[in-house]
Design a binder for this molecule. Structure first.
Ligand code: SF4
Ligand code: SF4
Length: 489
């Protein structure tokens, strides 16, 4: 990196060029000089959408207004951050934004700092200040791109494609963490959840002993059913007996479709349940088949899914989404243990490269002791899970839930002897389903599950730490501690 000398508001500053990427905003922050911004986050690509960080540069004797968040520093650059003209530009930006979102506290604070109490323009009643932080975090850091900016001018907003329920959102909550207003939390078609939401949903939907490591539970054991399935075959047995005994009308399950990869579908016949047995380790949206099942008249439906899928359905349940349209619907959530899931097409291609097999022909897949094991044409193949890193789905690193804490029953192989599944029963509804099943019961190795759950949480916490460190309130607190302020003109 090269050292540069620049001058901001008359202060001589020596700064790094950041390999060509350091900006005026960064250099000013490092020097403790405050430049306001609403759309900047240090972990995201500079965006320049709010334009509140407008400053004036003097180059070759000529003056020019630029946005400090994306203008690179260069040797000898002279920057003015608070001339009368700049203050005028910022006042106008804040006035327009405040007219759009008059109730937004952060905006009110910024506006007050510039002497604006009531904007001259017609007031609207919106709460999205169009900073773009939510969709940039979802895209650039989480990697999911469930939401994006839509439309132009006064109609500009943030939404999912066509405003539909998101099939991609994994309920990680990163967008809500960065949103400076309530806006993103109020959307009905994405599912950002905070730890407070999770706790509230546990209280609303589950009952039993509170286990800080593994979530609410009424019972935990290792089970082996008489039906042959993955490990102890417990998921297959619960669905099979549930349908057989009339407790369930249908189940939403993931399937490997030999012609088009993996998908979720609703099934209501015994042989379809048996065909869908076995963990798929892929994430496919369960919302569409669940709605399809409800629309076709099914009412008692089990949804089998990964922790993120379970969170999504719970969030919709909490909003009353299903019961508004189908008041007598009863949804049972069977959550799978999941450390990470894969993108089916990437997994298929990686398996082809590594093992020379066609995943579409897999009879069984299993992850055990760090290895991914596949059976094709009766023959076993395996590779280290680490070798499949590139096929892991975007977003898994932001999920801290190994054991599907919001499910009625959680099931997985971790913590059980070979041929058994660990079962965590979390609600009366889950107990009701399990009552129909006959199985052998053993003790689980709780510590093994807790250890892996802690690793998953630690990974997610690490990924979230970068987002938290760049939150405006954190940066604002730092600024107050060591800022050189200029007098607004
Ligand atoms: S929803 Fe929130 S984070 Fe997203 S653009 Fe609007 S104010 Fe910014
Ligand atoms: S909750 Fe996560 S995945 Fe969903 S929209 Fe927000 S950031 Fe994207």
């Amino acid at each position: 990196m090269t050292k540069l000398k620049i001058k901001i508001d008359g202060h001589e500053i020596e700064t790094d060029d950041g390999g060509g990427s350091a900006t005026i905003l960064e250099a000013a922050r490092l020097a403790g000089i405050h430049i306001p911004t609403l759309c900047h986050h240090p972990s995201l690509e500079a965006y320049g959408s709010c334009r509140l960080c407008t400053v004036q540069i003097v180059k070759n004797g000529r003056k020019k207004f630029v946005t400090a968040c994306n203008y690179p520093v260069e040797d000898g650059l002279v920057v003015n951050t608070c001339t009368q003209e700049i203050t005028g530009i910022r006042r106008m930006i804040l006035e327009l934004l405040l007219a759009r979102c008059p109730q937004e506290k952060r905006l009110q604070e910024n506006a007050r700092e510039y002497g604006i109490i009531k904007p001259r323009f017609t007031l609207e009643d919106k709460n999205c200040i169009l900073c773009g932080l939510c969709y940039r975090v979802c895209d650039e850091l989480v990697g999911v791109s469930a939401i994006n900016a839509q439309n132009r001018g006064v109609s500009r907003d943030v939404d999912t494609p066509y405003g539909q329920l998101s099939e991609d959102c994994i309920a990680c909550g990163a967008c809500a963490l960065v949103c400076p207003t309530k806006s993103i939390r109020e959307r009905k078609n994405i599912y950002p959840l905070s730890s407070v939401d999770i706790k509230e949903m546990e209280e609303e939907f589950l009952s039993g002993t509170i286990d800080n490591d593994l979530g609410v539970n009424r019972d935990m054991f290792a089970g082996k059913s008489s039906i042959e399935g993955q490990d102890g075959g417990m998921v297959t047995s619960i669905l099979h007996r549930g349908i057989e005994r009339g407790l369930l009308d249908a189940a939403v399950v993931a399937q490997i479709n030999k012609s088009c990869g993996a998908n979720a579908a609703f099934v209501d016949e015994m042989d379809q349940i048996l065909q869908a047995k076995g963990t798929k380790y892929v994430r496919v949206s369960v919302i569409a088949p669940l709605l399809e099942a409800l629309e076709s008249g099914k009412r008692r439906i089990a949804v089998v899914g990964t922790p993120c899928q379970i969170r999504v359905v719970r969030k919709l349940q909490r909003q009353g989404y299903f019961n508004e349209k189908f008041p007598d619907a009863e949804i049972f959530l069977i959550g799978l243990f999941c450390f990470e899931s894969f993108d089916y097409e990437s997994l298929k291609s990686r398996m082809g490269e590594l093992l020379g097999i066609d995943l579409n022909r897999a009879e069984k897949m299993q992850i055990a002791k760090g290895r991914f094991i596949v059976a094709v044409d009766g023959k076993g193949y395996s590779c280290r899970v680490r070798e499949l890193e590139d096929a892991v789905r975007a977003g898994c690193g932001f999920c801290d839930d190994l054991v599907s804490r919001l499910a009625d029953i959680s099931i997985g192989s971790i913590g059980s002897a070979e041929g058994y599944s660990t079962v965590i029963v979390r609600s009366e509804r889950g107990e009701k389903l399990l009552d129909a099943v006959q199985f052998d019961r053993k003790e689980i190795n709780r510590e093994e599950i807790v250890k892996l759950a802690a690793i998953k949480k630690k990974n997610a916490d690490k990924n979230f730490a970068g987002i938290v460190a760049g939150l405006p309130e954190r940066l604002e607190a730092e600024r107050r501690e060591r800022s050189i302020s200029c007098e607004l003109q």
